[in-house]
Design a protein around this ligand. Sequence first.
Ligand code: ADP
Length: 451
Amino acid sequence: MRFVAVAAADGMVVRLGAPLSDIDATVGAMRRRLTFAIGIAIGAALALGWLASRLAARPLRAMTESATRIAQGDYAIVPSTSPDDFGILSRTLASLGAQLEAKLRELTEERDRLSAILAGMAEGVLVVDAAGEVVLANPAAEMILGPALVGKRMADAVTSPALRAVIEEAASTGQPHETEVEAGPRAIALYVRPLAARGGGLVTVLRDMTRLRKLLVVRRDFVANVSHELRTPVTAIQGYAETLLRGPVDEPTRKQFLEIIHRHARRLGALVEGLLTLSELEARPPEQAVRERVEVSAIAEHVRATLRERAAQRETRVDVDVAADVIARGDPVAVEQVIENLVDNAIKYGKDGGGQVRVTGRRRGDRVLLEVLDDGPGMGAEHLPRLFERFYRVDAGRSRERGGTGLGLAIVKHLVESMGGTVEVDSEVGRGTTFRVEWPAWDAPAYPRAS
Ligand code: ADP
């Protein structure tokens, strides 16, 4: 209970007494209402705040997503059309993406173009960085130095000490260097250029000169051979003619000298003829090659008739066994030259008296196969790989004595190959010789199928 006493007028006192439980009940009820109201207010404020933040963060989220996509390489961004700051930012981001894509495409094209140029170059290009590691090597460089060069140290990539020394020298002096070195069996021309002053890496350009050098040697040998071949008949003609001019000689000697002069002049003529034929063959572009229907049997018969007298002189029998349906694709004149050369050789170098030469021809798949066999003394295996070289002779004396120039088989090889054919020889001492020629058949596909 709660008691209250208040002094009133006249000395009276008013006293009141009320039970406390009523007041507590009222205060409690008010507190409950207040707590409920606060709860609702907080809940509403939270919900509104959440909603507002969601709405405000939506464009930001869209932009974060766009930026992530650009970072992942997807530049196709759809810009927002909204006029606010977020819209402007989104459009800037989309244009950034488009520019980045265009630049990247340009760079990729540039890189592809450069790699195509490097891949197509005959020269090897090797780039070494400042740390001495290979960062670029084109296929030609790998042909010269070996495979898988990128990532290796220069000293491991360039195994030839001579090549390495040139590169190291250029690296240490910082000066470009150009030279030609022998790297094992090959001759390599190289140009080394340091990229910046010292230690900035370097570019090396390599060129394999082996083939060119070989060609130069071949040319030098050829000129030496031609001069040598021409000198003998020219000296003989000069000598005998001078003797005849110097004073009177008896009739039989004069006749003998004239015959010698005539023989050497004929040899000279044959040599010049052979050399001209070879140079003409070399100068002829492949697209001008004749591709006609060639009846091999008729041509072989014709050759036999042409060489009948020569065969008779050497008492050699020439048999031709070529089926009528053996038809090649090529140049009939060249085919005749080839068969005539081979049969003539077989008669010249075959058995002395009573020899037999056989010309056989047959079809083999898409090809026509022609063989010229003799039963002469044959040749040792050591001669066969070089037999088709110009001026190569097994027995030079015998060849000259029989009017040979050493050019016949070189011409045969040229003629056969110009018709897309091959020629090979098989011979054994004491067992005779077989020359085997193959051409495309007339009805074979024009271009060989990929196997
Ligand atoms: P050559 O004008 O000397 O006959 P070739 O180029 O025709 O020149 O032949 C080269 C050499 O090959 C000949 O000198 C000869 O020694 C050898 N030769 C060619 N054919 C035969 C053959 N059928 N049998 C033996 N040797 C041959």
